[in-house]
Structures are given as C-alpha cells and as structure tokens.
Design a protein around this ligand. Structure first.
Ligand code: SF4
Length: 248
C-alpha cells in the first residue's frame, strides 16, 4: 500500500471507529434551502450555534424575505444580527453576498447549484467575496441540496491534526481539500456528513482544545498525539507511532 492509500485507509479506520461511538448515521441538524443555509453559515463564524441561530431567526422575523434583508438599511440588519459576534461586520457582509447572488443570477436563489458537480458548485460559491471553503461546503451539505462536500470546522481540524490525518501546521482553509481527498469519491452526502460530524463531536466531547481526554479516548490506539501525551516522561521512553511516515 503506498502512502496516500495508507492515509486513506487510516481515515476510514478512524471514521468507522468514531461512527460506532457516536452512532452513524447522524441526523441532519438543518433542512434549509441553500440560500438560507448560506446566510446561516455567514452568521455562524466564530460564534455559538445558539447566538447565530437567534440572529438568523430575528432576520427572518423582522424582514420576512432575503430580498428585504438585502435591501434594508444596514443599521437595521446589524441590529437584527446583534446576538452574533461582530454584527457590524456580518450585517454588511450578508447584504453584500445577497446582492452578489442577485447580480449573478438575476434572482435570490441557489437552487441551481443542485445541477452542478460538487467542485463546480463549490467554486461558484467561493468566487463570492467572503465565502470560503467551509461555507461553500456547508451550503452544499447541510442544506436541502444534500451534496457531498466536506466542511472542516475548528474541532474537526484539531482532531484530524492530532490523529495525523493532516500534517502539523496546515490551516483550516487548505485542510478542506486534503481531508476531502482522503474520502472515497463515491461516498453519499450522508457518509460525508457523518464523517464531519463524528470528528467534530469527538472534538467537542473528548479531544478538547485544552487537555484532551486521551485516557478515555476510543481512538487512542490510533493516535500518535494521545500516545505521546500519555507516555511516561522519561528521556528514552518513546511512544510507538502507529502510522509512521504517512506524509513521507
Ligand atoms: S487520543 Fe487524545 S489527542 Fe488523540 S484523538 Fe483522542 S483525545 Fe484527541
């Protein structure tokens, strides 16, 4: 098995183990149209789900349509999204993205993305200023489009790095393409969704940013970081690397 194949096999091993722990298939948490999912995703950057959910609901309640949000005075939109972090940045960004979609498509809808291959749909979305790979994947995967695109949030990124699915130092943006390339090309949206969700859940429930709970981790035997953390701290005690040289 060459190194890329070994890394792909390792990713599937991690996926299967975590799916058994967290119970795949995982139910989808949203059933929004893709444009609503785009707005929701823009609001969710670096804020809690609760706060961004409140802001999203308030936008819908006050304005009733995305056209009305697009055309409203920015101060009113900013007030509606104030439960989020940085409403003064998010309000104009949401309006600018809504204007951009309208200019490109002649209407405020993203349903047409369903007819495109996933890489083309992602590229179309990411050509909008302010839309990055996490948002484009969220629009395609979490919305009713249910297209197999892999989002990577900070939990997912941290767990993947500690497990060795990513080399150290690869930022979240470039991690999207690297981690997606490890998944089988014929995976369904549900399988891709499960993969993202179990890595994210593992980051929330066990592989914490500070003090990961390695001693009770169900993938400790696969994880070089966990083994190094739990190894006796003596000069010549070195943990066995379970997958050496995967990156050459
Ligand atoms: S062993 Fe530790 S570092 Fe590795 S995935 Fe588990 S909790 Fe995270």
């Amino acid at each position: 098995m060459d190194k890329p194949d070994a890394l792909r096999a390792f990713a599937l091993q991690v996926h299967d183990r975590l799916c058994a722990v967290y119970g795949c298939p995982i139910p989808y948490f949203h059933d929004l149209d893709p444009l609503s999912e785009l707005v929701s995703s823009l609001l969710s950057h670096r804020t809690t789900n609760r706060s961004s959910g409140q802001a999203f609901k308030e936008l819908r309640r006050r304005f009733g349509s995305w056209e009305a949000v697009r055309d409203a005075p920015v101060a009113e939109v900013q007030d509606a999204v104030s439960p989020c972090t940085w409403p003064e940045q998010k309000a104009p960004r949401v309006q600018q993205v809504l204007r951009e979609v309208t200019e490109r498509r002649g209407e405020l809808s993203l349903e047409f993305l369903a007819e495109m291959p996933v890489p083309d749909a992602r590229a179309w979305l990411e050509s909008i200023p302010g839309v990055g790979p996490k948002t484009s994947a969220a629009v395609l995967l979490f919305s009713r489009l249910r297209m197999p695109a892999l989002p990577v949030d900070s939990h997912h990124h941290r767990v993947a790095t500690r497990l060795g699915l990513l080399p150290d130092g690869v930022p979240v943006g470039p991690a999207h393409a690297r981690l997606e390339a490890l998944l089988p090309a014929d995976w369904s949206a549900q399988q891709v969704y499960d993969h993202h969700e179990v890595l994210m859940l593992h980051g929330q429930k066990c592989c914490f940013f500070r003090s990961p709970a390695c001693a009770r981790c169900p993938v400790l035997d696969l994880c070089p970081t966990g083994q190094a953390r739990l190894a006796p701290k003596t000069a010549d005690a070195r943990p066995a690397d379970p997958h050496p040289d995967l990156f050459g």
